[in-house]
Design a protein around this ligand. Structure first.
Ligand code: HEC
Ligand code: HEC
Length: 209
């Protein structure tokens, strides 16, 4: 424990004033709705039983997190600059080096990935297929870290919360998560349901779990 203390202090120092914020509650709020069936997402109305807005907002983000951290999304939002694949987030096959050029400039994502799934070859595809930038990495991160970076303009592509919601509602790479082709499991719910949850999360103050 004593060996960890300096690291904790360093993190507190690195985070500046933010570390002084009250610790978020991790307990399940009373009147939390029962979990959705696997493959489904709860609707915003399911959270109406949580009276306190910040607690409701956090609970909604936990539901959103079931999509964000789903392999179909997280595999393209890694922290090591190479895509992952499959439900166990295995390294991309064929292997790609960081920057993903395989040492050959022509070997970019679009060399293999097209604007739609190539079913016979099992190659997933959607318009503009590319890796999310490192500032938007989610793979291996906690949901509270993912939430913190999502609301931080320095890390979320200078987006307002409304712009993040619009990205979720309309982006073609996000849409692919529900039509991933081959035998890949889709993300739970639908793109529309995720966008509705994002709106409800914003309306309740965009609190992080
Ligand atoms: C040399 C061809 C090739 C290149 C270049 C390539 N990929 Fe792939 N990628 C594939 C193939 C083939 C698969 C499917 C593997 C399978 O599921 O059997 C795949 C699968 C994936 C998956 C897995 C999806 C999932 O959830 O399982 C992601 C994500 C991905 N590629 C992203 C990228 C990105 C981003 C780039 C560019 C940085 C890239 N790939 C470059 C051939 C390639
Ligand atoms: C093929 C790779 C790929 C897949 C699959 C993918 N994304 Fe992304 N994602 C990106 C890229 C690239 C960006 C950056 C786009 C930009 O900033 O213009 C991004 C950005 C985002 C952002 C904005 C992040 C921020 O911090 O503002 C959100 C939200 C997002 N993606 C959600 C998802 C969800 C939800 C899924 C799954 C249903 C998903 N993505 C699947 C590549 C992907």
């Amino acid at each position: 424990v004593s060996r960890r203390a300096p690291l904790a202090l360093a993190l507190v120092a690195a985070c500046g004033g933010r570390a002084a914020a009250p610790a978020p509650t991790t307990t399940t709020p009373s009147h939390a709705p029962p979990p959705a069936e696997s493959g489904a997402l709860l609707a915003p109305s399911a959270f109406a039983s949580i009276a306190e807005p910040a607690a409701r907002s956090r609970a909604i983000f936990v539901e959103i997190g079931r999509v964000l951290l789903h392999p179909r999304c997280a595999n393209c939002h890694p922290g090591d600059d190479v895509p992952h694949q499959g439900d166990a987030h295995e390294p991309h096959e064929p292997p790609l080096v960081a920057g993903a050029t395989l040492g050959v400039p022509a070997m970019r994502c679009g060399t293999c990935h097209q604007d739609r799934n190539a079913e016979l070859a099992r190659v997933p595809g959607a318009p503009g297929w590319k890796l999310a930038p490192a500032s938007m990495a989610w793979l291996g991160r906690s949901l509270s870290d993912v939430c913190a970076q999502l609301i931080d303009p320095a890390r979320n592509g200078r987006r307002t919360l409304a712009a993040v919601r619009d990205h979720v509602a309309h982006d073609a790479l996000v849409a692919w998560g529900w039509a991933p082709g081959a035998d890949r499991a889709p993300a739970p719910g639908s793109q529309r349901e995720l966008a509705d949850l994002f709106q409800a999360w914003i309306d309740t103050g965009a609190a992080c779990p």
